[in-house]
Design a protein around this ligand. Structure first.
Ligand code: MCN
Length: 745
């Protein structure tokens, strides 16, 4: 029975497509009976001193049980999202003395219904003294510095020997992750003083640690449960002030509390992603050899230090992308601004790195009048150069970039596309074509390289239970982990239960982010299964009255037998029930290192010369994430990633006005992508296994985004013959077409 690599449909889907999932707001639990509903009063000011808050009128509103401000809190601020960050840079639970972005929680209302809480919020009066604004946004002053990075070669002599040096500037605009389920939490303290906390999150154990730190709790007195999670895309990594306040209010008033945000609140206060500006300089020779590269990054970290301040670390790690460039240097400054904090968003730091180098390569190709594919081909890291250490010190595990590019050229029929482009140009066709290519390599499983897994065969119940430290929110881990267990144990997938997201059920875990789950959590499942088979063999041998060296597991049937005697078998359930046991299990903590998936994407855009309307008419993606466990889910992950990549290139972007007021706080103003804007994708998979883990797998959850943004940007710039900032809206494209490019005014 070979299950791994098969196109197995997701076991999760029948429930999602029929009864629907159980998200935090759907959770029914006796502990939550008689709960209050919370609503937050949020800052209307980007940066202001709080002169006074008057809650008296709100307290008198029907159904209101309590109103709290920072003065009432008897716990500390949010702990730093990464231990290395200065706690002074962390967000407060409720704004104290000042506010630093529009949407920052200032007060919380607890009422008998959500409607009552929302209505009462109108009666809270906050007296603000606005601060002078331009002292904060990208002021460049050291007092606004959240973090800084510097890697690679010295600047002096970086471009020595380069007879061609090109520069370009890029914007990687702020993005809103827009999970369909907005943030939500529900908290109850039981009679024994134990906190039960339901929250829509990607890393429940990180939330648990945050709650322990803030409330000074023993690990046994907190239970965190992430039920079904309706998407995360990065910013649901860990605690937010609102969910901590939900637990705090529940404790303070002695009643369970629930909180769910509206879409508008989510667009304002759920952390954004990206927010980088780049200046790139690429040097080489006029015959097409790339020699030196400089990447200078400004990261808008937002109002408090979140994962966004760390995103440049992922960008500089991937500075030189897929190219064998001898000298490189990257610097980054993450600056605070009076805007929503910036966190991780699909790809976090790597679409930015790919976008920068891939744009620079195109600009260089144009400067020396060489086909961009040809320039890439001449400079790719050779397939026999792995493990490959880049000039900034990153070690790529495995890769075959030339193969990815060759496959792309073949599958997309690149030459035919260029011919069609020429034909349209010659004919003066008002629907011009742009062809953009991006060859990418990205890093997955950054952060702690470990994950927890337990596999137990329950002989009495005839079930296998997998407990995993990963916490899926759309990635199909139930299917994938049960495929791994089924393959290795020989027990049908339908007999495997996968438990995750509940800290009482799974004692530890790091959660799901950085496309880490298959390679770390999946490998933990494999490691536990392998250990379990080794544990079972002596038991089976005793039952078969044979020497253990002669006994094998037939993993096509899930039975043990003596070599050469397949007719006399002992099944798993019998082995697990042997003696006084009811179950046989193994627990493991798998440790592994980062891996570097790669690929090549090609986008064809069609632009209406008269209106600037820009459509992606073809998207070909060749991706290599090492060994693929489930091609259906992997393709689904690519589809989602490509959609978000196209959205970033053409449509979506968070906008603040010059005063720091957010202008994109709903799905009318924020042009969230839909299927209607997307072409059918052409996917082509290649597999170069990694030695970094026993599955040979790399991550694929973010690859689509990493390649697609750059490919589409390059396609539009190819069509226009000039540089234009993303999102490449019809207005921007039209301005570029009509010589009114905002960049050059
Ligand atoms: N897979 C595979 N073989 C591989 C790698 C992956 O078959 N070599 C398949 C597996 O079926 C696995 C899935 O792809 O279940 C994703 O695996 P992996 O690449 O390890 O990524 P994670 O499970 O760690 O997911 C994280 C990643 C990230 S970082 C973001 S952001 C993201 C994403 O996943 N957010 C998502 N995909 C998302 N999908 C949905 N629906 N919703 C989100 O919020």
């Amino acid at each position: 029975m070979r299950i791994l690599g098969q196109r197995v449909l997701r076991r999760e889907d029948p429930r999602f497509l029929t009864a629907g999932g159980t998200y935090v707001a759907d959770v029914r639990d006796a502990l939550l009976d008689d709960c209050v509903h919370l609503h937050f009063v949020r800052s209307t000011q980007p940066h202001a001193t709080i002169v006074a808050i008057d809650v008296a009128a709100a307290l008198g509103q029907p159904g209101v049980r309590a109103v709290f401000t920072a003065r009432d809190l008897d716990v500390g601020d949010m702990p730093p999202v990464l231990p290395r960050f200065d706690p002074a840079l962390s967000a407060r639970l409720l704004a104290r003395d000042s506010v630093r972005y529009v949407g920052e929680p200032v007060a919380v209302i607890a009422a008998e219904s959500m409607a009552a809480a929302v209505d009462a919020a109108e009666h809270v009066t906050v007296d603000y003294a606005p601060c002078v604004r331009d002292a904060l946004l990208f002021s460049g002053r050291d007092s606004d510095l959240a973090a800084s990075y510097e890697v690679g070669d010295p600047l002096d002599g970086l471009f020595a020997g380069c007879d061609v040096v090109v520069t370009s500037e890029l914007v990687h605009q702020r993005m809103a992750a827009c999970p369909l389920e907005t943030r939500s939490a529900a908290s109850a303290w039981d009679d024994a003083g134990r906190l039960h906390h339901w929250v829509s999150v990607q890393a429940p154990h990180a939330v648990k640690m945050g709650l322990q730190a803030i409330f000074g709790l023993d690990p046994t007195t907190v239970r965190v449960i992430a039920p079904d999670v309706g998407g995360g895309f990065g910013p649901k990594f860990s605690n937010y002030p609102e969910d901590v306040v939900t637990a705090w209010v529940a404790r303070r008033i002695g009643r369970p509390a629930r909180w769910s945000e509206t879409r508008t609140e989510s667009m304002m206060a759920m952390h954004h992603g990206r927010g980088q500006r780049h200046r790139v300089t690429l040097g080489g020779t006029s015959d097409g050899t790339l020699l030196a590269y400089l990447l200078e990054i400004e990261q808008d970290a937002g109002a408090y230090a979140s994962l966004g301040a760390y995103a440049p670390e992922a960008t500089v790690r991937m500075t030189t992308g897929v190219y064998a460039i001898a000298r490189a240097r990257a610097t980054a400054r993450a600056m605070f601004s009076a805007t929503t904090p910036v966190s991780a968003y699909r790809g976090s730091g790597r679409p930015e790195a790919t976008g920068a180098i891939e744009r620079a390569v195109d600009v260089f190709a144009r400067a020396i009048d060489l086909d961009p594919i040809e320039l890439r081909r001449r400079n790719l890291v050779a397939r026999d150069a792995f493990p490959y250490t880049t000039p900034v010190g990153t070690v790529y595990d495995t890769g075959d970039y030339a193969r990815a590019l060759d496959e792309l050229v073949r599958v997309a029929d690149y030459d035919a596309l260029r011919r069609e482009q020429q034909r349209r140009r010659a004919a003066g066709d008002p629907r011009r074509l742009g062809i953009g290519v991006a060859v990418y390599v990205e890093s997955t499983a950054a952060g702690p390289g470990m994950e927890f897994g337990t596999v137990t065969v329950h002989g009495d119940r005839r079930r296998v239970v997998v407990r995993t430290g990963s916490s899926p929110h759309g990635q199909g881990h139930v299917t994938t982990w049960s495929m791994i267990a089924s393959e290795l144990l020989g027990i049908a997938m339908d007999d495997v239960d996968v438990l995750s997201g509940d800290t009482d059920q799974v004692p530890m875990g790091l959660g799901t982010y950085a496309s880490r789950s298959v390679q770390l959590a999946g490998s933990a499942v494999k490691q536990a299964c392998d250990a379990l088979v080794n544990k079972a063999l002596p038991v089976a041998a005793a039952l078969l009255e044979a020497d253990v060296a002669d006994v094998v597991l037939d993993s096509t049937r899930g039975v043990f037998h003596v070599v050469g005697t397949p007719a006399r078998v002992i099944d798993w359930w019998t082995v697990a029930r042997e003696g006084d046991n009811l179950a046989l299990g193994e627990t493991t903590m798998f440790t592994g290192s980062m891996t570097f998936p790669f690929g090549a994407h090609l986008a064809v855009v069609e632009i209406d010369d008269e209106t600037g309307d820009t459509r992606v008419v073809q998207l070909v993606a060749v991706d290599d994430a090492g060994t693929i466990i489930n091609p259906v889910i992997a393709d689904g992950q690519l589809h989602g990633g490509l959609a978000q990549g196209i959205a970033e290139a053409l449509y979506e972007g968070v906008v603040f006005d010059d005063d720091g007021q957010p202008l994109t706080t709903n799905f009318t103003d924020y042009a969230i992508v839909s299927a209607a804007e997307l072409p059918s994708f052409t996917l082509h998979s290649i597999e170069t296994p990694t030695p970094a883990n026993p599955l040979g797998a790399k991550g694929i959850g973010e690859s689509g985004t990493v390649g697609a943004v750059a490919a589409v940007r390059n396609a539009v710039c190819d069509a226009l013959g000039t540089e234009v900032d993303t999102p490449l809206t019809p207005e921007r494209v039209w301005r570029a077409l009509s010589g009114r490019d905002e960049r050059h005014q």
